[in-house]
Write a protein that binds this ligand. Structure first.
Ligand code: ZN
Length: 185
């Protein structure tokens, strides 16, 4: 940083950094720009350091095709599901500078399905995968054989209750679970 390239406008007291001294103040437009005093320069640099610290690192991480708001919502959903992602040996969510957040699947040696990566351009894609897997986990633990045996209404209730730790935090996405349960019942 060239700390000498800091200027102040005497008219509006705006202090800023520039390659060379501009004729006109970029804030008020008056021709009152002069090199900043030591005090003005120190204040400018202190404020800049503060602003840089306050800015979270991930503002630069934007999911392709998603707005900042949509990326933040995706990150919230990932955060809610993180305990399961961390505990489940099949899945991980990783950040790729090229593809953004990815849900990657590396199946165990005994499983027949392939490795896969899903670009998370919609939180529903993440939840569809994880809720489905939670449902299969539950069914496996309750003695169901494979994917083709329909789940009983009693077990659907028990499963809903068991998944509440996640679903209660994500009521906007209840339809994802309903869709999965409709296929299993
Ligand atoms: Zn000015």
């Amino acid at each position: 940083m060239h700390e000498s390239n800091i200027y102040t406008c005497s008219a509006c007291m705006y202090t800023f950094q520039a390659e060379s001294k501009p004729e006109l103040c970029p804030d008020c437009g008056k021709a009152e720009v002069r090199p900043a005093t030591d005090k003005e320069r120190d204040e400018y640099l202190a404020n800049k350091a503060l602003a840089d610290d306050a800015r979270p690192e991930r503002t630069s991480k934007l999911q392709p095709d998603l707005s900042a708001e949509e990326t933040a919502e995706l990150e919230r959903v990932i955060g809610v599901m993180l305990p399961y992602i961390q505990e489940c040996p099949l899945y991980d969510v990783i950040w790729s500078d090229k593809f953004g957040y990815l849900l990657v699947t590396i199946p165990g040696k005994k499983k027949s399905c392939d490795s896969d990566a899903i670009q998370l351009d919609d939180p529903r894609k993440l939840l569809d995968e994880l809720y489905s897997n939670l449902a299969y986990d539950f069914m496996e633990d309750h003695g169901y054989l494979g994917d083709y045996e329909a789940i009983t209404p009693e077990d659907v209730l028990a499963m809903r209750d068991w998944m509440r730790v996640y679903t209660d935090q994500l009521p906007e996405y209840d339809d994802v679970l309903e869709h999965i349960l409709a296929k299993l019942s």
